[in-house]
Design a protein around this ligand. Structure first.
Ligand code: ACM
Ligand code: ZN
Length: 771
């Protein structure tokens, strides 16, 4: 009996110990993952008796930022002493550590924080913050034991520049939200906020010398009911209720708070383009060739995006220098970002002043004129003791001396042209680091632009490429996630796009090359997400959603379901019922040879983690049949799945050249054909429109084809506004055939009154339905 009791005691103790170890392990899952973690046994508990001992006032500031957490969530404020001997949490300067590095030793009795500089101490405390229960983020008192596990951590960043760009111009982000984002950046040890304060859609910074910049430039017409690219330009006299700006006092508050978080706020003042906002306020700064009414743009602007500062008018430079003077007085950052991207030179080509400047300065073309423009402003900024930053378009002509280039085009490689000339650079490739893009399967996401940059895409990014010369790497200052806000209509939309992808950026920026681990990251991410959720951030759960791929394969369909999180199971039903934890477990591939509706979701334990995917597959005579002479992704035309209203959802096929699209479906046997329907999408703002002509020809042998139907659309029918799907149907009158050839012709350029005048329209099809 005694033996059994002993065994039972042993079993129970092992179970408890195992659980404790597991808990400790989870509690040590922090991001960005530190360089070295040595777990120990036990825990340190913060209480009202805890005393912080620091060496000087600056350290006291840093400690106070941390102890404030206890003031709110714990209802007590740990004591803070400078230069004392007795305490519980010690700050010790260790000059042998690198800048921003720290060493954290937590025992059950005391905590020692070592660093060489303030950021190092700050980051050690942010690590402690993530080791505390997430309730520490509450602004009201909660009853929790404030313990952290015993551990030793050594840590230092990979890159000195770890950035987030916030575009407050397209969508004005209220100050309170900016402050909260800054705090969430701090937890991730991100140290640069690139603040995009100027664009065609709003001027967001009070400039005392030019009050119209915010009286006029910060406000635009209300087109909020439409997606950004669909919005038409303002007309004179229209009310302008949409917008906002930061007063200089607001900016001081933001900069000061960021400073406490060891974050440098880098202001971006766009030039010479993307600035209809300032030109609406001061139209005399545009080229005299501009005859149109200039308003703050609610959308892309069409032709008006070409209205930019006049490079031949000296008062433009006086104006911008005055602006820079006030910017320098407000932002202690060592950098000023001067924009420089996407400058359309149509007016410069027509402007006598710009042309005169080119002659005088011996500039070969308008691109060189932009080089002159940026060079002149850069020299002014440098003369004020600041360093200049700019987008990678600055590499199109002479790069101003010492300018730091942000690579965004061509996976950021456009910046390498600058590196070749010895310039420092920062990588923020649009195709990976632009947080405006979809972060998960598009069927579940709010409408935005372009393709996907999932959490995993951001996470997997390695900026340093194999084929780089070694000197490029030493010029690479770091990486940045860029949050453009064209599709944000409320502050929560900004949070949703940023979080949790910013956490992935943090690991890219902080962790040494080759040390990232996706599974470990997700554990740390779950902890971080609990912290920011407690702060009221509603982060995206897109990482739990399912991406489907349905591929035709000679008469059958192969259905693939994928989730970027490996720690969930995919369960699915095909009986119309909602998927549950007891539904079939998705393992490999679902094979279909008939219509079906698959409903699938991800589960962890018994909890559904993502949204339910409802995937209807409708069979017709063309379904799963091969398409000849077509790119492989265009096999989607016979996958039985209709596209959504997002033409980038991987269900729509597009062609590089739209003037003569042609493809042939092989039905694999002769069929009697009654009708053919082609699914077409219109997305006005993106210049996606239906064809001008669709012709259908059939054949028994894929040699001799007979025309059996043709549809024609007028320009009025084609260039309609809105986003919608149409079924373009043709009666095939019972003809027989095995091969169906579809020929379609795009309608060409968008008309002058379109939001994208003159731009070549594109045609997209999702499905060919044969009955
Ligand atoms: C940019 O995306 N135009 C920098
Ligand atoms: Zn001009």
């Amino acid at each position: 009996m005694k033996k059994y009791i002993l065994l039972l005691v042993w079993l129970l103790t092992s179970l408890i110990t195992m659980q404790a170890t597991d808990l400790t392990h989870d509690r040590l899952s922090i991001i960005p993952s530190p360089v070295r973690i040595v777990p120990g046994d036990g825990e340190f508990c913060f209480s009202k008796k805890t005393v912080f001992v620091v060496e000087n006032k600056r350290q006291a500031e840093i400690a106070r930022f941390f102890t404030d957490l206890f003031t709110y969530a714990g209802g007590f404020t740990p004591e803070l002493k400078i230069g004392d001997k007795k305490g519980d949490v010690y700050f010790v300067t260790d000059a042998s550590l690198k800048s921003e590095a720290y060493r954290l030793e937590v025992t059950s009795q005391k905590i020692t924080v070592k660093a060489a500089d303030e950021p190092g101490f700050f980051y050690a405390l942010q690590t402690l913050r993530l080791l505390l229960p997430p309730s520490i983020e509450n602004m009201h008192e909660v009853s929790v034991v404030w313990n952290v596990p015993v551990v030793t951590i050594e840590d230092e960043p990979r890159f000195g520049y770890r950035g987030l760009m916030l575009d407050a111009a397209r969508f004005f982000i209220p100050k309170e939200n900016v402050l909260r984002i800054i705090d969430c950046m701090a937890m991730l040890k991100i140290n640069r906020l690139h603040f995009h304060l100027v664009d065609d859609n709003g001027w967001r910074l009070e400039i005392k010398k030019y009050p119209r910049l915010t009286e006029v430039g910060a406000w635009r017409v209300d087109r909020m009911g439409l997606p950004f690219p669909d919005r038409k330009n303002p007309k004179p006299g229209e009310p302008t209720p949409i917008g906002g700006f930061y007063t200089q006092e607001d900016i001081r508050e933001i900069v000061a708070y960021a400073g406490r978080c060891q974050i440098e706020v880098i202001p971006e003042i766009e030039m010479p383009a993307h600035t209809n906002s300032s030109l609406a306020a001061y139209p005399n700064l545009a080229c005299p060739a501009v005859k149109e009414f200039i308003g703050v743009l609610p959308g892309l602007g069409g032709d008006h995006a070409g209205i930019i500062y006049c490079a031949g008018n000296d008062s433009v430079f006086t104006f911008l220098q005055d602006v820079v003077d006030e910017v320098i007085a407000l932002f202690p950052s060592r950098y000023i970002h001067l924009g420089g991207d996407e400058a359309n030179k149509i007016y410069w080509e027509k402007c006598p002043l710009c042309q005169e400047r080119m002659r005088k300065e011996h500039l070969a073309d308008e691109e060189a004129l932009q080089g002159y423009f940026m060079g002149r402003m850069a020299a002014y900024v440098r003369g004020k003791g600041k360093e200049v930053m700019g987008w990678d378009e600055l590499t199109n002509s002479v790069i101003p001396e010492n300018t730091i280039i942000f690579g965004w085009q061509g996976f950021g490689h456009a910046a390498l042209k600058a590196a070749m000339q010895g310039h420092r650079f920062i990588m923020t490739p649009a195709r990976i680091m632009y947080l405006i893009r979809y972060q998960g399967p598009q069927w579940f996401e709010p409408l935005t632009y372009f393709g996907n940059n999932t959490l995993k895409d951001v996470y997997d990014y390695e900026p340093v490429q194999e084929d780089w010369k070694p000197e490029y790497e030493s010029l690479l200052m770091g990486v940045q996630a860029s949050m453009w806000t064209e599709f944000c209509n409320k502050p929560e939309d900004v949070d949703y796009q940023i979080f949790p992808r910013l956490a992935a950026l943090a690991e890219v920026a902080w962790m040494k090359k080759g040390t990232k681990n996706w599974n470990d990251f997700l554990k740390g991410l779950d902890v971080y997400n609990e912290h920011i959720a407690t702060k009221g951030i509603v982060y995206a759960r897109s990482m739990y959603n399912i991406q489907h791929t349905v591929t035709p394969d000679h008469g059958i369909l192969k259905v693939k379901l994928e989730c970027i999180r490996p720690d969930v199971e995919i369960r699915y039903s095909m009986d119309g019922k909602e998927p549950t934890v007891t539904s079939a477990l998705y393992k490999d591939m679902i094979i279909l040879s008939n219509s079906a509706v698959i409903k699938a979701a991800t589960f962890a334990g018994s909890k559904q983690m993502g949204k339910t995917l409802v995937l209807p597959i409708e069979w017709n005579k063309a379904t799963a049949k091969p398409i000849l002479n077509i790119e492989s992704n265009q096999q989607l035309l016979t996958n039985g799945v209709r596209g959504s209203l997002k033409q980038t959802d991987f269900e729509w096929c597009s062609w590089a050249k739209n003037d003569s699209v042609s493809f042939t479906v092989d039905l694999l046997r002769t069929e009697v054909l009654h009708s053919l329907t082609l699914g077409c999408i219109t997305n006005y703002g993106m210049a996606v429109h239906k064809p001008a002509l669709i012709r259908v020809e059939i054949s028994a042998d894929n040699k001799e084809f007979e025309k059996v139907g043709e549809l024609h659309y007028t320009l009025g029918q084609i260039f309609r506004e809105g986003t919608f799907i149409e079924n373009c149907r043709m009666d095939l009158k019972g003809h027989s055939g095995r091969y169906i050839r579809v020929v379609a012709k795009g309608p060409g350029a968008c008309p002058v009154d379109h939001v994208r005048p003159g731009q070549e329209s594109r045609i997209l099809f999702d499905e060919i339905i044969v009955e």
